[in-house]
Design a binder for this molecule. Structure first.
Ligand SMILES: O=C(O)CCC(=O)C(=O)O
Ligand SMILES: [Fe+2]
Length: 295
């Protein structure tokens, strides 16, 4: 008996059929058990040239937007800050970005985590040169405090555009199972070296999809190998994470001045995230919302 064939659950039945068709059940189990999974290139149903096209599109967009020449990514040593600028809103730069965001296998797994109504929320590249900046352990499900972790609110579907062969490549590292904590990291948990939790590095070939529940704690290591690590980061979220209104430029400054509390309730937040954060003061309070329901 196949329960999905009864048609009793219209949202999940088609997903089960897709997961079966694409041979993805193992990845669903890993997402449930560890909060992350790596789908190898061969299972993603992409053509042979896909990764190369994606990598080239990222490099070309970075060069165009930032007015620089990167050269051969296997040996290049660009300035980390320069290549990190203007990295958002990629969809309309090249059709390969649309292919990356709408890959049917990727979407089956994203919809497993965040529902059929999941939306693409953020789209950016990470180009990491040797010695580049690293992330400390964090959750991508910003704002989900303790108590909110029984479902995935967000997920990260990152395409590896270069091989992550060893820790020298500067890979992402994860705390397996941390999605069940359902909260962001606290300051004493953030350092990869000192955290009391077990971490595992993401080792996989270019073209693989690394997919994690947004709540799964992760960081990244500095790159010590020559050349660039190149990744397309795609954040999907549940539909309710979309605000009803975007208030920016909608409310007259005079009204806000007259009613100062208005400023706060309209949201002094990071989202919608545009380009390089101009107001870094907003990052710490924003991250705290993931650790305390009263933050
Ligand atoms: O660069 C990495 O490996 C991790 C980046 C990260 O934190 C993210 O994509 O959410
Ligand atoms: Fe992250």
């Amino acid at each position: 008996m196949d329960i999905s064939e009864y048609g009793s659950s219209p949202h999940v039945d088609p997903l089960i059929a897709q997961l079966q068709e694409y041979d993805l059940f193992k990845h669903v189990v890993e997402l449930e058990a560890y909060g992350l999974t790596i789908v190898p290139k061969e299972k993603m149903g992409v053509d042979d040239g896909f990764v190369e096209r994606l990598r080239s599109a990222i490099l070309a967009t970075c060069e165009k937007r930032n007015g620089l020449e990167i050269g051969d990514y296997r040996t290049a040593e660009p300035n980390a800050k320069d290549i990190g600028r203007n990295s958002w809103y990629l969809l309309q730069e090249d059709d390969v970005f649309v292919e990356a965001a709408t890959n049917p296998r990727l979407l089956a797994l994203v919809r497993w985590l965040c529902g059929q109504s999941a939306v693409l929320s953020g789209h950016t590249w990470i180009i990491k040169p040797p010695g580049g900046r690293t992330h400390t352990l964090h959750s991508d499900a910003h704002g989900i405090p303790p108590g909110g972790g029984s479902i995935a609110h967000a997920c990260n579907a990152s395409w590896l555009c270069t091989d992550y062969t060893s820790v020298e490549d500067g890979p992402t590292v994860f705390v397996p199972g941390s999605h069940r904590y359902g909260r962001a990291t606290l300051p004493h948990e953030e350092s990869v070296e000192d955290t009391p939790f077990n971490t595992v590095p993401l080792i996989a070939e270019a073209g693989s999809l690394a997919l994690w529940n947004g709540a799964t704690w992760h960081a990244s290591l500095p790159r010590t190998n020559p050349g660039l690590r190149i990744t397309l980061v795609q954040i999907f979220m549940r539909m309710h994470m979309r605000p009803i209104h975007l208030w920016e430029n909608e409310v007259a400054p005079e009204l806000i001045e007259k009613y100062p509390e208005l400023k706060r309730v309209l949201g002094e937040h990071l989202y919608p995230y545009k380009e390089s954060i101009s107001d870094f003061d907003r990052v710490a309070p924003f991250k705290k919302t993931g650790t305390d329901p009263f933050a």
